[in-house]
Design a protein around this ligand. Structure first.
Ligand code: AMP
Length: 404
């Protein structure tokens, strides 16, 4: 596996220095209570490392999408409380509507080595998402060193993820979470141990155009299942009935099929499907299903999962893989009758002697719901950010960090 080229928290001497850490504390909050604290606990290794190093740790993050500045429902106050519990250490919440106002400056001024302060939601400042210079400078002025550990926000050039690095006096580095994403997700795509099998699923072709094109170039075998497969099948001239089809993307799919042939890559599509007359409503309601060949979907039916022959075809293809990257379920996995494709493939992926990377979004929900999360090498924490990685894009939040 290629080495990380960016500076990491391991390379820093933070003793007595003020370290601004951009975290991803964008947790779900209902009536003031955090309903899932995974993102907070995921940030602990970096924070603990900096505490051990004797730094003065100033944490910042966005939370939700406040429209016009400060909104009480998006305050990070509950995060400070939970973080105190998880660290077993007082985390001072710098309540301040302007994020870096008098209150925050006072809290920072009173810090000793090993202390932790959490700033208010960076999006309380409208300039944050515009990467404005003034707020970037303010953030830089309160610290000596900057660490970005917010992979979920790394695809956005905001003040706290990018702009701040233009003005920070000292070093910049990635935290452990970022490091993991770069090592596993980045290297899986850029330096894969071969054979490299990429699996794409989910609803729409249009959402993942660049992912398909990029992965086709990088992988040895591309498996396409889920709703997006039907546009490909229709592009091949097959009858797909009422299945999800993006008619604007038929030419694009033909282009990809030709590209695969030219590059000598295997592109696997469903050879049979589980179909029903209607989409289940509610999504987990029992429905009447049947399995049909991929070129025999009845006109009044829609494909909602891959069939047993396809499950075998796809599972066999991942068995010998050394690198597997997966984004998007094989069917409507939220319904137990339509989860078999995703389930069987998750099983095959988890059994393969390979680096297995789940690339964010609904695929994470699927493998978690089906109980396979612990068996994967790496589960990406950022939906949008991981898709951009799979598209082959450079993420601004990583690009701005100093090289080693
Ligand atoms: P995405 O966010 O693009 O990964 O899409 C995930 C969603 O795609 C899930 O909610 C699945 O229920 C849905 N999905 C998967 N297969 C199909 C299909 N054959 N028809 C319609 N929706 C599907």
């Amino acid at each position: 596996m290629a080495k990380l080229t960016k500076k990491s928290v391991n390379d820093l001497n933070v003793r007595d220095k003020k370290v601004l850490v951009r975290c991803d504390f964008n947790v779900p909050i209902k009536n003031g209570a955090i309903t899932n604290d995974k993102r907070i606990s995921a940030a602990l290794p970096t924070i603990e490392k900096l505490i051990e190093g004797g730094g003065k740790i100033i944490l910042c993050s966005h939370l939700g999408k406040p429209k016009n500045g400060p909104e009480a429902q998006f305050s990070l106050a509950p995060v400070a409380e939970r973080l105190s519990e998880l660290l077993n250490k007082k985390v001072v919440f710098a309540k301040d509507d302007s994020v870096i106002g008098e209150n925050a400056k006072k809290a920072i001024g009173e810090m000793n080595s090993g202390d932790v302060v959490l700033l208010e939601n960076t999006r309380f400042r409208a300039e944050e998402s515009k990467n404005g210079e003034a707020f970037s400078k303010e953030l830089a002025e309160i610290c000596d060193v900057y660490v970005n550990d917010a992979f979920g926000s790394a695809h956005r050039a905001h003040c706290s993820t990018a702009g701040v690095t233009d003005f920070v006096k000292g070093e910049t580095a990635v935290g452990y979470l970022m490091e993991k994403e770069i090592e596993f997700l980045g290297n899986a795509v850029e330096n894969p141990v071969r054979p490299f099998v990429a699996i794409l699923g989910g609803a729409k072709v249009a959402d993942k155009l660049n992912v398909i094109a990029n992965l086709l170039e990088k992988c040895d075998t591309l498996i396409i299942g889920g709703g997006m497969a039907y546009t490909f099948l229709k592009a091949q001239g097959k009858e797909v009935g009422k299945s999800l089809v993006d008619n604007d993307k038929l030419d694009y799919c033909r282009e990809m099929l030709t590209k695969a042939e030219k590059l000598g890559k295997k592109l696997l599509l469903p050879i049979d499907d589980i179909v029903a007359k209607e989409f289940p409503n509610p999504i987990d309601a029992p429905i009447e299903i049947q399995t049909v060949p991929a070129d025999g979907i009845p006109a009044d039916c829609m494909g909602l999962d891959i069939g047993s022959e396809t499950r075998k075809l796809f599972s066999d293809a991942v068995k010998t893989a050394k690198t597997i990257v997966w984004n998007g379920p094989m069917g409507v996995f939220e319904n137990p009758q339509l989860a078999k494709g995703t389930l069987e493939l998750a099983w095959a992926v988890s059994e393969a002697d390979a680096v297995t990377v789940i690339g964010g979004g609904d695929s994470v929900a699927a493998v978690t719901q089906l109980g396979f999360a612990k068996k994967m090498t790496h589960i990406s924490t950022g939906g949008g950010a991981s898709l951009e990685y799979l598209e082959g894009n450079v993420l601004p939040g990583i690009q701005v960090i100093q090289d080693k």
